[in-house]
Structure formats: C-alpha cells, structure tokens
Write a protein that binds this ligand. Structure first.
Ligand SMILES: *Cc1c(COP(=O)(O)O)cnc(C)c1O
Length: 229
C-alpha cells in the first residue's frame, strides 16, 4: 500500500490545532515511503528496530529527527547513539546509564523519555513508581542525558474507557514528575519536563484529549504492516 498523503495532511492539520508533534512511525516500511513524507515536510520519524534504523538513517536525509520508540537493549545503544534524536522507551535504570555512557563517548547529550507501565492488563515494558524513584536518585550523575518527559502505551483494547483511564493515569504521573523536576534540578543539562508521548493510530485523538503533546502514528499513514510487532 502506498503512503496515504491525504491522511497525512488531514492529521497534520488536526494536530496543529493542539500543537501536537507528529512522529511518523515507519517501522517495516521502505525508505521510499519515508522519503515521500519527507518531501511533504515531515521530519520526525519513529523506528522500533536498531538495525533497521541504522540502515535507513544511512540512506536518508541527515536532517531527519529519528525517534527510537521500540524496546531498546542496552548492548545496542552504541549503534544509534551517534545520531538518535529522542529515545522514547527508556524502561530501566541500566538502560539509562548505558545511554549516558554512549552519549559521552559521542560527545553528545541524548534526549530521553521514560516509558511508564500504564496498561492495566497487558504486560508491556515500562517503569513502575519505585523504579522512577531509583532513577531520580542517580540522575544528578548522568550529565549526558536529558529526560524530557514520559512515554506510554495503553492496552490494545476496544474498551475506550479503560484506555482513557490509562492515559489519564500517565498524565497525572507526568504532572507529578514535572513538579518534582522543577523542585530538584535533575542534572546539569536539563531543560525541564515538556514531552508527553502517548497515542497511536487507533487512539491518538483520545490521547490528545488526555494531555498528550506527541503522537506516534504508523498504520494510518503507511498502511498496515506486513509482519507483527
Ligand atoms: C508501532 C508503534 C506505533 C505505531 O502504531 P500504529 O498503530 O501503526 O499507529 C506507536 N508506538 C509504538 C511504541 C509502536 O511500537
């Protein structure tokens, strides 16, 4: 299926009302599809797999802002550390420490979002409250990362009341973390907490209503994916 450029323009217009950032999720899709949206002005693209991201990054324009939105293994951070724009799925202290180490090697500061566990039923990756507290304690020593906010995935469910509860739960945790960050300068470099990444093709409007300001949309733009993720 070709890229749905009409849908892209519609979504862009819709998101502009609330100043929501669109991350176009291009995992499993060819570079031609990314190039097509690039030519329409899209610069933020999201990928889930390290090797795929590295391959695509080499072939595509250098001003693309690459968002890593998948589950990131610590031993693979080094491959994306030279260029990644924002890592959404930070789900352990160990991973955060490795990102800091690789950022230092590359003489960069890498922006990160903490992935919170919000799905009530499903076991998705994510941090819980005690893990957030552990991260808060060591943040002052991690001066090559910046935590800019939170990311979360709701349950894959038709039950929109449940999805809404999960989104509102994440928003309230985001607000608390933001207050904490204002009172406890996180590390030397931090710009403050500003990004709440939640919402995908099936639930992005609800996510925005619940306070999201960054949505990750794949299948609505690029069509269904041919292998499950
Ligand atoms: C694949 C993926 C998306 C995009 O999903 P769609 O339903 O195709 O919009 C968003 N976020 C994450 C973390 C993903 O893995």
């Amino acid at each position: 299926m070709p890229v749905n450029t009409i849908k892209f323009q519609e979504i862009k217009e819709e998101l502009s009302i609330s100043n929501t950032v669109l991350v176009a999720v291009s995992k499993t899709k060819p570079v031609e599809d990314i190039q097509a949206l690039y030519e329409l002005g899209q610069r933020d693209f999201g990928e889930n797999y390290v090797q795929e991201l590295v391959d695509k990054q080499a072939l595509l324009p250098k001003d693309i802002r690459w968002h890593f939105i998948g589950h990131l293994q610590s031993n693979k951070v080094k491959y994306i550390a030279p260029f990644v724009y924002l890592i959404h799925g930070v789900d352990s202290l160990k991973l955060l420490q490795e990102i800091n180490k690789q950022a230092l090697k590359n003489n960069r500061i890498i922006d990160c979002l903490l992935q919170m566990h919000i799905a009530e039923e499903e076991t998705k990756f994510g941090l819980d409250q005690s893990e957030i507290e552990a991260i808060q304690l060591v943040l002052p020593q991690l001066n090559n990362i910046q935590i800019l906010g939170f990311m979360g995935m709701a349950s894959f469910s038709e039950d929109m009341d449940k999805v809404k509860r999960e989104f509102l739960h994440l928003k309230s945790q985001f607000d608390l973390f933001k207050i904490w960050a204002e009172q406890n300068p996180m590390n030397a470099t931090n710009k403050g907490i500003s990004i709440l990444s939640m919402g995908m093709s099936g639930d992005y409007q609800l996510a925005i209503d619940c306070g999201s300001n960054m949505v990750r949309i794949g299948s609505l733009l690029f069509g269904a994916r041919s292998y499950p993720t």
